[in-house]
Design a protein around this ligand. Structure first.
Ligand code: HEM
Length: 147
């Protein structure tokens, strides 16, 4: 169970990054070119937020079952002094949850905005900040693919 969730969490990051990148590029092109807000713009934002939702859910499962976090919880003092364990116990989770909230705010504001330019602008700004947080919080030193 643990290995399966960890491998899925590992691979799923690429889906989040691809959807996020496409949604951001499309939003900036739409914003700068004053383009019409189309179904694809909305679908890319949906793909980004849904893949992020699933990834966070997988992450929360790992947070409970991972030997790494369990070891951390068994001795919080030592865990906080160890930057590798603290990263997964605190920094990784907090930054990803903030990214999740920002991505959802961006999508909601893009849907509600009055003009197409404003929709693109909200998507571009919020998705970009969410993406920067995600990129900063991914443990890039670990394996890039689980096989
Ligand atoms: C609340 C959200 C999240 C939680 C609680 C969480 C939790 C975790 C935990 C506990 C681990 C370490 C598991 C272990 O080694 O035993 C982990 C690893 C990892 N997480 Fe997350 N995560 C979250 C969100 C994300 C997101 C949004 C991404 C990327 C888009 C991500 C990417 C990764 C990657 C790439 C690894 C390393 C996987 C590996 O070494 O195979 N996580 N996460």
């Amino acid at each position: 169970m643990y290995s399966f969730v960890l491998a899925t969490h590992n691979i799923f990051r690429w889906l989040v990054l691809i959807f996020g990148l496409l949604a951001i590029i499309k939003a900036f092109i739409g914003w700068s070119g004053k383009k019409e807000w189309k179904g694809l713009d909305d679908k890319l934002g949906l793909g980004f937020t849904i893949s992020l939702d699933v990834q966070v859910l997988l992450g929360l499962i790992l947070y409970v079952i991972s030997p790494l976090t369990r070891a951390g919880f068994s001795d919080m003092g030592a865990a906080m002094a160890n930057s590798d364990i603290r990263f997964f116990l605190v920094e990784h989770v907090m930054m990803m949850i903030v990214a999740l909230v920002l991505a959802h705010i961006g999508r909601s504001r893009a849907k509600k905005a009055d003009t197409d330019v404003s929709k693109h602008k909200n998507a571009a700004i919020f998705y970009t900040i969410a993406m920067l947080l995600i990129l900063a919080a991914i443990p890039w030193t670990r394996t890039l693919l689980p096989f």
